[in-house]
Design a protein around this ligand. Structure first.
Ligand SMILES: [Fe+2]
Length: 271
């Protein structure tokens, strides 16, 4: 049995930037979350962070976030989202100065879990996609570490069917179908994603797809058409057993106050 955290959508900016585009104080939410994690007596084996680490993808904000996350005492595994930028992440988070546009696909076996990270970010786009190299990487990774359960981390969750693009575009239909075919029968215990700022669990072709709300805001799942952004933030505690994955959502304290309402038309512009 392995316990780990699913964190997502920090949308953190370096406070020196005075980011006017944030709906909430994500830096404060990050502090609250880190305090809750620090108070855990039984530490998780690791944490995955499924993208939108920063709000603007700038080097300064990655460096700031890196400082805030240092000293957690367990490994962090990062994926990139549409608010991230590969060059900013590589420079600010990893001190890497080569191949700065390369998709950040990587894998690790930690405490008996094979974590496979795919990079669905597409520079300049809100929706996500996986290129041929990413699918080739996935295929190779799924062949490795036979018998070790796999967790896929990707910012944009697959489309559940042809009508499921809510609240805005995630992975397209073709990539979702290709992903479904790639993972069939290959010991994938779950897919962990972010992007849409809601807590959502879906069984998709027999594999649980977990979306976490993250730290920026939440969307009112009962509102529609259109979107109602409310205060709300959280993360998830995951336990992987031989029988499968359990996910418990951990909300941060929130008054769920209304932050913004977007018309259906405006939401369509996100796609
Ligand atoms: Fe996000």
């Amino acid at each position: 049995m392995t316990t780990f955290l699913h964190l997502t959508d920090f949308h953190v900016s370096d406070p020196a930037l005075a980011d006017a585009q944030l709906l909430t104080d994500t830096e404060a939410r990050l502090g609250e979350m880190l305090g809750m994690v620090a108070a855990m007596e039984r530490k998780p084996a690791f944490a995955v962070v499924s993208g939108d680490l920063t709000n603007h993808g700038d080097v300064a904000s990655y460096r700031y976030l890196r400082g805030r996350l240092s000293g957690l005492g367990f490994p962090l595994v990062y994926a990139l989202g549409n608010h991230d930028s590969r060059p900013g992440f590589y420079r600010g988070m990893l001190d890497r100065s080569h191949d700065l546009e390369e998709p950040y696909c990587h894998e690790a076996v930690i405490d008996g879990v094979h974590v496979i990270v795919l990079d669905s970010s597409v520079p300049g786009r809100i929706g996500g996609a996986l290129d041929d190299e990413s699918f080739a990487f996935l295929d190779r990774a799924l062949d490795d570490h036979h018998g070790v359960a796999k967790i896929i981390v990707v910012h944009h969750a697959p489309a559940l069917d042809a009508t499921s693009q809510l609240p805005w575009e995630t992975l397209g239909q073709a990539d979702s179908a290709r992903l479904a075919a790639a993972i069939r029968g290959r010991n994938v215990a779950g897919i962990l994603a972010g992007h849409v700022h809601v807590d959502r669990v879906s069984m998709w072709n027999g594999v649980p797809v977990i979306v976490g709300a993250g730290l920026h805001n939440a969307f009112d799942p009962l509102f529609g058409p259109g979107l109602r952004a409310v205060a709300g933030a959280g993360f998830a505690l995951c336990t992987l057993r031989p029988a499968g994955l359990a996910v418990t959502f951990v909300p941060l304290p929130s008054d769920r106050r209304e932050l913004a309402v977007l018309s259906e038309e405006k939401v369509r512009a996100f796609r």
